[in-house]
Structure formats: structure tokens, C-alpha cells
Design a protein around this ligand. Structure first.
Ligand code: DX5
Ligand code: ZN
Length: 218
């Protein structure tokens, strides 16, 4: 079995105690930290920018997975890489020049990801799949934590997994939104490599216990 990664989304963390929250999820067995950047334009919510990413980088000991939910992401690639992104993901819906953006991220030596909203067909990614390191399937409408998983995301994951096998590509498949210890097993079977979970982890008092359960269910 390929390695599977658990990526807590800090969106559901307590930001007044962010440093401690990061230490706690790392100790609990997180593999990657997922950071949601929202601009109030592409999605109806705002979070934080490069300044906070840089501070997170200075304390984190696991890779940072930066999920840009912003318009005109290409203007910000260099900034988020300087801030410490190890994976940098932009949305298909925000950039008509995905090929250029993905190549730019990879030129910095970082992992390039593309993400699609729930209503966007995976087929639209066909001509960029050979260049990306990661495809992030949004399984809720982006903008908020704690929403219900959209079931037809399974179809997209299966499509990507089949395409990957058929064309012998090596991009990772990541799922984000409504992931919990109950649906992690079928998602893993469908081909997911990276599981983002916000509320399912941070709403519990013992992060180690949830992450352990998730891993046992994989
Ligand atoms: C939503 C974000 C997610 C969010 C997931 O737009 O991209 O990363 O934090 O939260 P949960 O796991 O609570 O659905
Ligand atoms: Zn996210």
C-alpha cells in the first residue's frame, strides 16, 4: 500500500493558541499541516495570509500544504513559497493559465497542486495531470469547515485514480471537506492519499485518539 497522509486543517484550530495547537497535532501523529487561504472573493470567507504562514513555518516540523482559495493566485505563488509552502495548491476555477502556474511552482522545487470545486468535472484537468504533484478534490463547497461531505466526490476520486493508473502518473490525490473517521476507509479504497480533516480532529479533546482511529481505518 502507498503511504497515506493525515493533514489536519488549521481552519478549525483555536487561533489564540495556534502554536500549541500545531505542537499538539504534530504530537498526535499528523503528517502534514493543511492551511486554508481565503480572500473573500473566490470564497465567501477570509482567513490569513503569508505573514501567518511564515510564522507557522517557523514552528512547524512537518510539511505545510497551502490551499489557495483566492482569485489571481499566480500573483502570489512566489510570496507563499517564500513564506514556507511545501505543497502549493491553486484552484482550477481561478486561473486560465494552470499549466504556467504549475510549472512556476515546480521551478521553485515545491509540490504543485490543482484543486477543483464540487461542481467542476475532473475531465477538465486532463491536460494538466501529467505536470502536477497533487490533485485536491473539494468535497464541500470551499469557504468553511464543518460542512457535510458531498457523496459524488467518490466518482471524481475514482476517475482520477483510474486515470493515474492508466497513464502511469504519480500525482497524489487529496480530499478536503467533511472527512472523518467513518468515511476515511472508503475514500482510501477509492484512491485518496492525503486526507484533510478540520472539524473531525479539532472538535475532539484528544487529537491523538482521532488520528489513531483514522489511521486504523485506512
Ligand atoms: C474548506 C477548507 C477545508 C476545511 C475542511 O474550504 O478547504 O480545508 O478546513 O474542514 P472540515 O474537515 O471541517 O470539513
Ligand atoms: Zn482546504
Amino acid at each position: 500500500m502507498n503511504k497515506k497522509y493525515i493533514a489536519p486543517s488549521l481552519l478549525s484550530a483555536d487561533f489564540l493558541r495556534l502554536g500549541q495547537e500545531i505542537k499538539d497535532v504534530e504530537k498526535a501523529g499528523a503528517d502534514i499541516l493543511h492551511l486554508d487561504i481565503m480572500d473573500g472573493h473566490f470564497v465567501p470567507n477570509m482567513t490569513f495570509g503569508p505573514f501567518i504562514v511564515k510564522q507557522i513555518k517557523s514552528t512547524a516540523s512537518i510539511p505545510l500544504d497551502v490551499h489557495l482559495m483566492i482569485d489571481e493566485p499566480q500573483k502570489w505563488i512566489g510570496t507563499y513559497i517564500d513564506a514556507g509552502a511545501d505543497f502549493l495548491t491553486i484552484h482550477f476555477e481561478t486561473d486560465p493559465h494552470l499549466n504556467r502556474a504549475v510549472n512556476e511552482i515546480r521551478k521553485y522545487g515545491k509540490k504543485a497542486g490543482v484543486s477543483i470545486n464540487p461542481s467542476t468535472h475532473t475531465m477538465l484537468l486532463e491536460y494538466v495531470l501529467e505536470y502536477v504533484n497533487l490533485v485536491l478534490v473539494m468535497s464541500v463547497n470551499p469557504g468553511f469547515g464543518g460542512q457535510k461531505f458531498i457523496e459524488n466526490s467518490f466518482k471524481k476520486i475514482e476517475w482520477l485514480n483510474n486515470y493515474r493508473e492508466k497513464h502511469q502518473l504519480d500525482f497524489l490525490i487529496e480530499v478536503d471537506g467533511g472527512v472523518n473517521e467513518n468515511n476515511i476507509k472508503p475514500l482510501s479504497d477509492a484512491g485518496v492519499d492525503i486526507f484533510v480533516a478540520g472539524s473531525a480532529i479539532f472538535s475532539k479533546s484528544d487529537y491523538g485518539e482521532v488520528i489513531k482511529k483514522m489511521r486504523e481505518n485506512l
